[in-house]
Design a protein around this ligand. Structure first.
Ligand code: ADP
Ligand code: MG
Length: 242
């Protein structure tokens, strides 16, 4: 087990004159699950169901109100929109090198690591290093975001809607890259998407979120062939058939 959530709760309180007056938004409301090393746990659910809150709890952007979170390993995160997650004033060299600065790695060493990780995400290092994020396509920008997330060799990658802002043809490219990287780098994924087909393609185990609760957790096989939960069935029925 590399990630464990045990009855985790995170509520947000609406701002008002009196804090106690507002109703709580139960973003994560008693969630328990485990993720095994080297596997992909897919989190699926409609917008607002609490998926990103779980991601933020794992990378310590948020603290839980209740419950226990155990993480055995270093983790990093890739967000949905590479346009807003990459600093427009920094070159690719600086964007990817930045997480290494806190480690007191020398400049020359950082350049070597940036160049190496650009190759890992299948970008041409010498053509990319000194360009800015806006000079790349959406798919290339997401490769840069992935490179930044893996440059410190994390054990766990949190992927929060990593292909949702991309065209379908580019989505497949990035998903295949993520699969290759998982094998090459022995990564554990928490893969978040509102798109059931994308989650099916990526996941070993799937958790279905609804209004802050995990209503069903099962193997990919079970979720897509014999879902137990009514809401899971409802979601599956609403997938457009090709
Ligand atoms: N910082 C916040 N302050 C107040 N409410 C929030 C905050 N972050 C998320 N929420 C609310 O929590 C719920 C779950 O949000 P989120 O985890 O982002 O869902 P998802 O990623 O599944 O779309 C939503 O109702 C959202 O509006
Ligand atoms: Mg989200």
């Amino acid at each position: 087990m590399i990630i464990q959530f045990d009855n985790v709760k995170k509520y947000f309180y609406k701002r008002g004159l009196f804090r106690t007056e507002g109703k709580a938004v139960k973003a994560v409301d008693g969630v328990s699950f485990t993720v095994e090393k080297g596997k992909t746990f897919g989190l699926v659910g409609e917008s607002g169901s609490g998926k990103s809150t779980i991601a933020k709890l794992i990378v310590d952007i948020l603290k839980p109100d209740e419950g226990k979170i155990v993480i055995n390993g270093d983790r990093d995160i890739v967000f949905q929109d590479p346009h807003s997650s990459l600093n427009p004033r920094m070159t690719v060299r600086e964007i990817i090198g930045e997480p290494l600065l806190v480690r007191h790695v020398g400049k020359h060493e950082i350049d070597k690591m940036v160049s190496q990780v650009l190759k890992t995400v299948r970008l041409k290092d010498f053509e990319c290093m000194d360009k800015y994020a806006h000079q790349f396509s959406g798919g290339e920008r997401q490769r840069i975001a992935i490179a930044r997330a893996i440059v410190r060799h994390p054990d766990i990658l949190i992927l929060d809607e990593p292909v949702s802002s991309l065209d379908v043809s580019i989505q497949a490219e990035i998903l295949n890259l993520l699969k290759d990287l998982q094998d090459e780098l022995n990564l554990t994924y928490l893969f978040i998407s509102h798109d059931l087909r994308v989650v099916e393609f990526m996941s070993d185990t799937v958790g279905v979120m609804k209004s802050g609760k995990l209503v069903e957790i099962a193997s990919r096989e079970e979720i897509y062939t014999s879902p137990k939960n009514e809401y899971t069935r409802h979601l599956l029925e609403s997938i457009p058939r090709i």
